[in-house]
Design a protein around this ligand. Structure first.
Ligand SMILES: Nc1ncnc2c1ncn2[C@@H]1O[C@H](COP(=O)(O)OP(=O)(O)OP(=O)(O)O)[C@@H](O)[C@H]1O
Length: 269
């Protein structure tokens, strides 16, 4: 098991935002975090990344307790892929990917041939080699996501934490991102990602952790978690979860609100 959370609690000051959360993910799995705004998804990520202390419970990364890992060891196991990242300087895409190698050389070293080779391989993995010399700040949101994924690959971590990676992407780029994530899982990476679309976990998730008020509302395979009952309990909205076949005969799941939330009809939305 690559990632295991046992009764994890934590938050800010002396207030627990995340309460007693247990879940796990194996190599090659996509663990999707779902739940309404403010339910504690980002806070749970901070606990997993070691940037917030636990007030209770245990987190194991590849069998080792998180608190026993040095920052360098942690960086070699788990990588954070932010939703949006604007560097101060006009770095090229290659520079940003090479930043993933920071834990492989000391602060005074320049990247070596082996680091550049790793960066090119990572760019190839996400099919973004053509961006190598482009200015990172001039890239689109979707292209930046690919570069940040390549940076995480370069870090040699096996677990990628992605906080709402699809939030700023148009529909086509969301699809591309989901394909890249699925591909990474097939290569053995473990992806932990939050999303506001119930269709993402339904279509690509291996397991879904649905949170409500900082606690686990449901955890398990998508078919047992993305249900009309759970969606109504957690989001307070009636939803239909419908299995369809697309034009190529592939089965898909779509989630539709049964009727507009109360009050919406009257304001014309
Ligand atoms: N730095 C902080 N200090 C104090 N409280 C915080 C801090 N960051 C978040 N919170 C609070 O913790 C709770 C959970 O926030 P969190 O960002 O983890 O939720 P989320 O599920 O990621 O939300 P969203 O889906 O809107 O991104 C919220 O009530 C929020 O106000």
């Amino acid at each position: 098991m690559l990632l295991q959370l046992q009764n994890v609690s934590g938050g800010y000051g002396n207030k627990d935002v995340v309460k007693n959360v247990s879940c796990h993910a194996h190599e090659g799995e996509i663990l999707c975090l779902a739940g309404p705004n403010g339910c504690g998804k980002t806070t749970l990520f901070r606990l997993i990344l070691g940037s917030l202390p636990l007030s209770g419970g245990h987190i194991f990364i590849d069998g080792q307790e998180l608190s026993e890992l040095s920052p360098r060891q942690l960086a070699g196991r788990i990588a954070y892929i932010p939703q949006y990242h604007t560097p101060i300087f006009a770095y090229t895409a290659l520079d940003v990917v090479l930043m993933g190698r920071a834990s492989h050389f000391s602060a005074f070293d320049a990247p070596k041939a082996v680091d550049r080779e790793a960066a090119f391989q990572a760019l190839e993995t996400v099919n973004a080699l053509e961006l190598v010399n482009q200015s990172y700040t001039a890239l689109s949101g979707g292209q930046r996501q690919l570069i940040l994924i390549a940076r995480a690959i370069c870090q040699s971590a096996k677990i990628f934490v992605m906080d709402e990676p699809a939030a700023n992407l148009d529909y086509a780029n969301q699809q591309l991102l989901m394909e890249v994530v699925t591909d990474l899982a097939k290569k053995g990476y473990c992806i932990v990602m939050s999303t506001h679309s119930p269709e993402h976990p339904a279509s690509i998730g291996s397991r879904v952790l649905m949170m409500k008020d900082g606690s686990v509302a449901a955890f398990g395979p998508p078919a047992s978690v993305i249900t009309p009952e759970n969606l109504e309990r957690v989001y307070g909205i009636e939803m239909d979860v419908v299995a369809i076949r697309d034009r190529y005969g592939c089965s898909r799941t779509i989630c539709l609100p049964v009727r507009p939330p109360s009050g919406r009809e009257s304001n014309g939305l």
